[in-house]
Design a protein around this ligand. Structure first.
Ligand code: CA
Length: 226
């Protein structure tokens, strides 16, 4: 008789334990999900007409929205970009593009216009100019004016196939302004709020300095392409 009285209690305890275990499991799974906070955008960023580093037909496209006046972009270029290049761009798994963001006013615009003009003259030399211009960003007082036409021409002098006289007149005439405006349209379309913003296919990397998150997203996209 005692056994019969105890069993409903055991059943209740058993069910409670079961529910508790299930809830704990759900919380754990939920937390695992929230570990990758990456959000997605509706479409891939269209990169036609943009500078492309690596194999343009690579299965994964990584786009940086950056600003030559932005200190975090310089830091990203020095810390994360070389790893990304070694592991994925040089191995033809990723095509990398850079889109100009003009969050720091006239100097951002001048730098973007110059870079687009260099790209029009010498698509291969563009990346050399790109890096050399970021190298000129002062590490201390980056708010002080440093993007000047003089500085740009000095940087461009070292890029082999760039005619600096043509570059000077292209800058003065705003010859590549259409390209700068096209980038601004992308900034608006993809609602870019921070620089650098890194988008891998259609995934916006929450923390651009989290290289593992970038790796994970690229690997997932590569698997999806197999
Ligand atoms: Ca562009």
């Amino acid at each position: 008789m005692m056994k019969e009285k105890q069993s409903p209690l055991k059943l209740v305890v058993g069910i409670t334990l079961g529910i508790t275990v299930l809830l704990v499991a759900l919380v754990i799974v939920g937390n695992m999900d929230s570990e990758s906070n990456e959000s997605t955008v509706e479409n891939h960023v269209p990169i036609d007409g943009q500078p492309v580093l690596g194999e343009s037909e690579a299965p994964v496209k990584v786009v940086e929205f950056g600003d030559y006046k932005c200190p975090a972009c310089k830091e990203w270029g020095e810390s994360i970009f070389p790893q990304l290049t070694d592991e994925y761009v040089d191995t033809e798994k990723v095509a990398f593009s850079y889109v100009n963001v003009l969050f720091h006013g006239e100097e951002s615009e001048l730098a973007a216009l110059a870079a687009e003009s260099v790209y029009q003259q010498d698509p291969d030399g563009y990346w050399e100019f790109h890096k050399a211009l970021f190298d000129e960003q002062p590490s201390g007082d980056h708010d002080s004016e440093w993007v000047t036409e003089e500085k740009i021409l000095e940087v461009a002098e070292d890029v082999p196939n760039v005619d600096t006289d043509k570059l000077a007149s292209d800058i003065e005439n705003g010859a590549a302004m259409n390209e700068v405006n096209k980038d601004t349209e992308l900034v608006n379309e993809f609602d870019i709020q921070l620089t650098p913003t890194i988008i891998v296919n259609d995934t916006v990397i929450e923390d651009p300095f989290d290289y593992e998150a970038i790796q994970t997203t690229i690997e997932e996209e590569l698997e999806g392409n197999e």
